[in-house]
Design a protein around this ligand. Structure first.
Ligand code: PGA
Length: 230
């Protein structure tokens, strides 16, 4: 199982250093990837936990003020990067076209993209889940060969579930994951959205290869409880 910790826009350098000491006490057979803020990437001193980023530039290095390239992430030890998180789609107007470019830059630099997809509550109520998932995947993966596509981790994150405490029925997650598997049989598929140490028993299935944790990523003691139940 792979478990991704997404710190989002949290933890100052001082807070991160204390947090990291607590993370170091985690002992698990599962693969754990920490995605801190860009600024904390170079503060990471973790041995068993791998480093990820929460975003990357569409472009390579150059005159792109405020951007961080995949090349520079790689040089800082980043092995994974989240792309297409619903918060970036919403607040930064990130499109599937942007996400496609980001995925290409990451793969050129041997960084594993974690591609987030998922439907809104309205889309779910209108029976559009498969349509939306298919559109997000086909547009984000346009022009990529299967040998590249299979390196990508697909994170199914229903938008209405992120940070709300609401989780889908496990059967609904399994149906979506099976739908994705039919389109992309060789990819790891993980689940994200309000997963925590209290509901993980309801979120376990052979169809789920791992989890993406937002809120819980800030609580090392609870992460331990979560990992112990996988
Ligand atoms: P959450 O966030 O676990 O706080 O719902 C998940 C995510 O944003 O990926």
């Amino acid at each position: 199982m792979i478990v991704i910790l997404n710190n989002k826009c949290n933890l100052s350098k001082t807070e991160f250093i204390k947090y990291q000491e607590e993370l170091k006490t985690i002992n698990t057979e599962h693969e754990v990837v920490l995605c801190p803020t860009y600024l904390n990437i170079n503060n990471c001193q973790l041995e068993t936990i791998k480093i990820g980023a929460q975003n990357v530039s569409c472009t390579d290095n150059g005159a792109y003020t405020g951007e961080i390239s995949a090349r520079d992430l790689k040089d800082s030890g980043v092995k994974y990067t989240i792309v297409g998180h619903s918060e970036r789609r919403k607040y930064q107007n990130e499109s599937n076209y942007d996400i496609n470019e980001k995925i290409k830059r990451l793969l050129e630099n041997d960084i594993t993209p974690i591609l987030c997809i998922g439907e809104t509550e309205d889309e779910r109520n209108n029976g559009l889940v498969e349509y939306i998932i298919n559109k997000q995947l086909s547009e984000s993966l346009r022009g990529l060969l299967e040998e590249k596509i299979k390196k990508i981790i697909i994170a199914y994150e229903p938008i209405w579930s992120i940070g709300t405490g609401l989780i889908p029925d496990i059967d609904d997650i399994i149906n979506v994951n099976n739908f994705i598997k039919k389109l992309y049989p060789n990819n790891q598929i993980i689940y994200g959205g309000s997963a925590n140490e209290n509901n993980i028993q309801n979120l376990k299935s052979k169809a789920i290869d791992g989890y993406l944790l937002g809120g819980l990523s800030l609580k090392p003691e609870k992460i331990k409880e979560f990992l112990d139940q996988l």
